[in-house]
Design a protein around this ligand. Structure first.
Ligand code: SF4
Length: 326
């Protein structure tokens, strides 16, 4: 990979569980438990997994919207995790987030113009005289009329509100955007429009994306590489074609087997996983996936698999697969 724009190294977010009158810590919920990856400039990395696997927490911990427990995040070689609040605020200009819910992420008391003016004022990017023009350009960039600036968020549809959310993120001219389930609250017909808009913006503005989603079809459409998360860890990471055509981790294989195929004549053997996702406060020993894995051996209960190379640009956390590749 060329020089990475973002490097995430062994990132963890553990929430203490307190009990009793004295609030003693009796355990930890390991929402994110040692996540590492890199994203090159101009690339889109998709981060997928079932709800509760830690992907949203990972996105927020990277931006320090929630403080990580440990690990490191480097943005253009700058250590994000140790920055003081003043420096962090300055850096946030370059790292923006698009939220899942366009209904609740926009201030209902402000006009769209007011919402877009806020980041411009905070980061001193446009003086009063040029602000309106700046806002009109932002709205045009995301496919809205400049007249939208005078209206309030409730006057727009879900897809239009997500466009406003994207315009707000773009206002500060970021290099990296963390898109946290940006289309999952939208109608299917609107989802494609927003995904296409993000792809166009990436080409136009040279943006880099971490695209978080549970929908594997959407992630396939937009990402160049894909990372799969299970119980707070990445279990497989590869370029898109490799991951979708030749998945190696049994969890990735099961997830992909449930994606509908467009041609009804083609049948896919669906892999039904045993049991439910374990409680992240009580992660199974060894490989966290072993209670649900049909390939598990006695070693899988003892040995914690590391995310290791099995091929060029293809890493898997499974002791069987890494032994076979060795
Ligand atoms: Fe399954 Fe064992 Fe591989 Fe874990 S390490 S995915 S339990 S085969």
């Amino acid at each position: 990979m060329s020089q990475a724009l973002l490097k995430v190294q062994n990132l963890k977010k553990h929430y203490p569980i307190s009990q009793g009158l004295l609030g003693q810590t009796t355990g930890h919920v390991k929402a994110v438990d040692g996540v590492s990856f890199e994203i090159a400039p101009g690339e889109t990395l998709g981060l997928v997994g079932e709800s509760g696997c830690g992907k949203t927490t990972t996105g927020r911990a990277i931006l320090r919207l929630i403080e990580p427990t440990s690990g490191d995040v480097l943005f253009k070689s700058q250590h994000v995790t140790t920055l003081n609040q003043t420096k962090l605020r300055k850096l946030r200009r370059h790292m923006q987030i698009i939220f899942q819910d366009p209904y609740s992420s926009l201030n209902p008391r402000l006009t769209v113009g007011g919402i877009l003016a806020e980041p411009l004022k905070i980061h001193k990017l446009a003086d009063k005289s040029s602000r309106s023009e700046h806002i009109a350009n932002l709205l045009k960039t995301v496919g809205l009329s400049p007249d939208a600036a005078r209206r309030y968020p409730h006057e727009f549809s879900g897809g239009q509100r997500q466009r406003i959310g994207i315009a707000r993120a773009l206002a500060v001219e970021p290099e990296l955007i963390i898109a946290d389930e940006p289309v999952s609250a939208l109608d299917v017909s609107i989802q494609a429009q927003i995904v296409n808009l993000l792809q166009d913006l990436q080409v136009q503005l040279g943006l880099t994306f971490l695209f978080i989603a549970h929908d594997l079809s959407v992630v396939r459409h937009i990402s160049q590489r894909v990372a799969v998360m299970y119980l707070g860890r990445i279990v497989e990471i590869a370029d898109r074609e490799t991951l979708y055509n030749n998945p190696q981790h049994p969890y990735t294989q099961a997830l992909l087997s449930s994606v509908p195929v467009p041609d009804p004549r083609l049948k896919r053997n669906r892999i039904i996983l045993k049991g439910d996702v374990p409680n992240p406060a009580n992660v199974p020993s060894g490989c966290p996936f072993h209670p649900r894995c049909s390939d598990a051996t006695p070693d899988c209960k003892q040995i914690e698999p590391q995310l290791l190379d099995i091929d060029t640009n293809h890493r898997v956390a499974c002791i069987l697969k890494t032994e076979q590749a060795a």
